[in-house]
Design a protein around this ligand. Structure first.
Ligand SMILES: NC(=O)c1ccc[n+]([C@@H]2O[C@H](COP(=O)([O-])OP(=O)(O)OC[C@H]3O[C@@H](n4cnc5c(N)ncnc54)[C@H](OP(=O)(O)O)[C@@H]3O)[C@@H](O)[C@H]2O)c1
Length: 243
């Protein structure tokens, strides 16, 4: 039986581990040709092997440094050269910086903004010509609960995710007459390296499993119909409702 994403091409940033890895595994299992990217080439190769071992289409791995505009431009150009198309762009790569504002340097702030907000902006810009040619194009931006509220000790991270949310809303308006939809996911704590580093106090069993985020991306990219879900808030069961 043909899988729903057969022949589609999906670029997933930050797919060497964590949420991005699970999204890549899931999209590949649904038949997509996945392009894996992050800075750690060895980890990308391990994810590629995992995908191939699961009998999913062999992924392409392209290490790229998302603070560097030229690296992003080369990444998207390599996707075009290899496949000649792009159907799904998942802007997932991200970093955090846990410190009070008065202990956060301009360099710390700039790095968080570069990876979490500027890189998705450049990726969207570079990918749009290919996405516009796809029968249906998807841009899925992974923000955070801090894209809609503020957390102490996370001012740079919070600013970056608000920026990503704002850009997503503006881009969705710009693309309203096209076949491209823009989606923003705002998860609370997910069981990945990022949370282990900044919130080791939260027991793993109280965190969201990265597979649960991947399932939502699966739904968004395979759902057929007139309903468009633009923004999804995903909280931990242990946190307050309607954050
Ligand atoms: N975990 C959570 O609780 C949570 C909650 C809400 C939102 N999020 C968001 O979800 C996304 C994924 O987070 P995660 O928890 O899966 O994080 P993670 O486990 O730390 O993984 C981050 C990914 O981003 C890549 N990356 C980081 N800096 C990069 C750079 N300069 N250039 C290219 N790639 C880079 C990393 O790859 P390399 O190290 O190989 O470069 C890695 O693949 C992030 O945007 C994060 O803000 C996470």
């Amino acid at each position: 039986m043909t899988k729903p994403l057969t022949n589609k091409v999906a670029l997933v940033t930050g797919s060497s581990r964590g949420i991005g890895k699970q999204i890549a595994l899931t999209l590949a299992a649904r038949g997509a040709n996945v392009v894996l990217t992050a800075t750690n080439a060895d980890l990308l190769d391990e994810v590629a092997q995992e995908i191939t071992a699961a009998s999913s289409p062999k992924p392409l791995t392209i290490p790229a440094e998302l603070t560097d505009e030229k690296s992003i431009i080369a990444l998207v150009a390599a996707v075009e050269e290899s496949f000649g198309r792009l159907d799904i762009l998942v802007n997932n790569a991200g970093i955090t910086h846990a410190a009070q504002l008065e202990d956060t340097s301009a360099a710390d702030y700039d790095r968080v903004m570069a990876i979490n907000a500027r890189a998705p902006f450049i990726l969207c810009r570079q990918a749009l010509p290919m996405l516009k040619k796809a029968p249906r194009g998807f841009i899925i931006n992974i923000a955070s609960v801090v894209g809609v509220k503020g957390y102490p000790n996370q001012s740079a991270y919070t600013a970056s995710k608000h920026a990503l949310r704002g850009m997503s809303a503006a881009l969705a308006e710009e693309l309203a007459e096209t076949e491209i939809t823009v989606h923003l996911l705002c998860p609370g704590g997910v069981d990945t390296d990022m949370v282990s580093n900044v919130r080791p106090d939260i027991p793993k069993q109280k965190l969201i499993n990265p597979k649960e985020i991947a399932e939502i991306v699966d739904y968004l990219t395979t759902h057929k119909g007139n309903a468009i879900i633009e923004e999804i808030h995903i909280r931990r069961k242990a946190s307050n409702p309607w954050f």
